[in-house]
Design a protein around this ligand. Structure first.
Ligand SMILES: *Cc1c(COP(=O)(O)O)cnc(C)c1O
Length: 229
């Protein structure tokens, strides 16, 4: 498994570099977030040994166990899962980033719970691009109203947008799905200089996401292989 993870990481870095060059972007402007949900601590350790220091987790209880086990290692932990307000306290204390902000109430709770000693929590607003009832996230029409309120919260730093659109077949369709988001992100950046993060792209569509301006791609199976059930 160890060799597989090291090999897969190299392959993903290669895909990122190729996609960046194809659209005249600097590969260094794209961060790789390793999505380690449902993967064992050993898998995270192996990726870490290979130089991967940012990990995304979806399930709070599972994530807290991993964070505790790995606390001697400098790791950037990103919460990317569905976020209810009863999880906000633990998320505010144990994570560096939250990609899945979708209500003012959750943003306020995270801001309240972030301790004085910690730097502001980096947050992205989640956009539900296809209005899927099974996913959280706001519509683009709601973005400017939520952004102005989140940006005013002192213990949060508004960094940008996150989306996970419904799967599309093929590069052209994948790019098309991201087009409205790219436009909204450009407008958001003009209004809020702290916004530098467009968190889009998974194992299946990272090339399209990078073409459409991704600054953070969230890769799970492409690094760790199929997730254990
Ligand atoms: C699981 C997950 C990913 C990674 O998807 P892969 O297909 O494993 O690359 C990215 N983003 C979110 C929000 C996820 O839940």
């Amino acid at each position: 498994m160890k060799d597989a993870i090291v090999h897969n990481l190299a392959t993903i870095h290669q895909r990122i570099a190729q996609a960046a060059h194809a659209c005249q972007r600097d590969p260094a402007s794209i961060q790789l977030l390793a999505v380690s949900k449902r993967q064992p601590v050993e898998a995270i350790e192996q990726a870490w040994q290979a130089g991967q220091y940012a990990f995304g987790e979806n399930y709070l209880q599972e994530a807290l166990e991993k964070i505790t086990t790995l606390k001697s290692k400098p790791i950037n932990w990103h919460f990317i899962g569905a976020l209810q307000s009863n999880k906000a306290t633990a998320v505010a204390h144990h994570f560096d980033w939250v990609h899945s902000i979708h209500t003012l109430k959750i943003a306020q709770k995270l801001a309240q719970q972030r301790s004085e000693a910690q730097p502001p929590l980096n947050v992205c607003l989640q956009i539900n691009l296809d209005a899927e009832p099974t996913k959280s996230g706001i519509a683009l029409a709601e973005l400017s109203a939520l952004a102005v309120q989140v940006a005013s919260l002192e213990k949060l730093c508004l960094r940008g947008l996150m989306a996970l659109p419904a799967p599309r077949l093929g590069f052209v369709e994948q790019c098309r799905a991201y087009a409205p988001l790219q436009e909204a992100f450009t407008a958001l950046q003009a209004a809020y200089p702290s916004c530098d993060t467009l968190s889009i792209g998974t194992s299946a569509d990272l090339e399209a996401a990078i073409t459409m301006g991704a600054t953070c791609v969230r890769i799970g199976e492409g690094i760790f292989g199929p997730r254990p059930i």
